[in-house]
Design a protein around this ligand. Structure first.
Ligand code: NAD
Length: 278
């Protein structure tokens, strides 16, 4: 079976570089999709309180026959729970819903810079959770370099990861450089640009030369850049296809051509302007 490399986070915890994302997977389909991912070989699942499907992820882990320690599970604090007391309670609810006694990684989902709770105060609540041992690592998501800098300077724990939107049309050079500068691993969300990468003739041409699919090439580009990725699909063939990316290598020239597709195109909101609370 293909083996997925691990990335060692800044606190020594190891995370599989390829995982399975479950945003927009319906709650009643989540257990089945996650079980399919486990069968294919994925051992890392990216969920969030906002996705409403943590329960299905927990059920899949229990039904898979895998030990809890064999899988890496990430969840994220929902918007609207940034007050430190609310964050602590929301974390407990996540554990209860998943049916776990710890999470591998817990993130602040969005910085929400315009709300009346400072994300540094929210971060301090995550530091308390980390100190309790119930999250093996903590991190942030959608933090711009200016947000990350404040957390690093004003907090006591450096985030293990910053999960940001990255794909060939949004290469995020500045944010990735800031993450690297602080020793924060980059997790690339929407690595397929929500499916748009398969429409690129440039990626399709490179894929042809490797006898691979455009999705596989886009994911491989991210793996070779060193980012952590977790593509989403509910289709068994695609879940498998997205996993088969460790038996070929893109040349430096291929890498450069794909990186040059950058056009600053976001598929999701700009974190500087996003203050939405469900
Ligand atoms: P993605 O880039 O992984 O694209 C998924 C879509 O691409 C699928 O719905 C399907 O339409 C298509 N697709 C998947 N595999 C394919 C294949 N092999 N060939 C052709 N098309 C294929 O999109 P995503 O779900 O937005 O992102 C992945 C994960 O990132 C999410 O599930 C979630 O875990 C995470 N995420 C996090 C945030 C955040 O704010 N932190 C935001 C968005 C996504």
């Amino acid at each position: 079976m293909t083996s997925v490399p691990n990335i060692t986070l800044n606190n020594g915890i190891e995370i599989p570089q390829l995982g399975f994302g479950v945003w927009q997977v319906r709650p009643n389909e989540t257990k089945a999709a996650t079980l399919t991912a486990f069968e294919v070989g994925y051992r890392h699942i990216d969920t969030a309180q906002m996705y409403g499907n943590e329960q299905g992820v927990g059920e899949a882990v229990r039904e898979s026959g895998l030990d809890r320690g064999e899988v890496f599970i990430t969840s994220k604090l929902n918007n609207g729970f940034h007050q430190p007391d609310d964050a602590l309670k929301a974390f407990d609810t996540s554990l209860e819903t998943l049916g776990f006694d710890y999470l591998d990684l817990f993130l602040i989902h969005w910085p929400l810079p315009g709300i009346d709770v400072d994300f540094v105060d929210t971060w301090k609540a995550l530091e308390d959770i980390y100190a309790s041992g119930r999250a093996k690592a903590i991190g942030v998501s959608n933090f711009q370099p200016s947000h990350l800098r404040r957390v690093v300077q004003e907090g006591t724990v450096v985030p293990a990861v910053n999960q940001i939107e990255v794909h060939p049309f949004l290469t995020q050079d500045e944010a990735r450089a800031a993450n690297a500068e602080y020793g924060v691993a980059t997790e690339a969300w929407s690595p397929l640009a929500q499916g748009l990468v398969v429409e690129s003739p440039v990626i399709a041409a490179i894929a042809k030369t490797h006898d691979k699919s455009p999705a596989q090439v886009a994911l491989r580009w991210q793996i070779q850049r060193g980012d952590i990725v977790f593509p989403k699909s509910v289709t068994a063939e695609r879940i498998r296809e997205n996993f088969e990316i460790f038996d070929f290598e893109l040349s430096e020239a291929d890498m450069g051509v794909i990186t040059a597709l950058d056009k600053g195109q976001r598929t999701g909101p700009n974190p500087d302007e996003f203050n939405w609370i469900p």
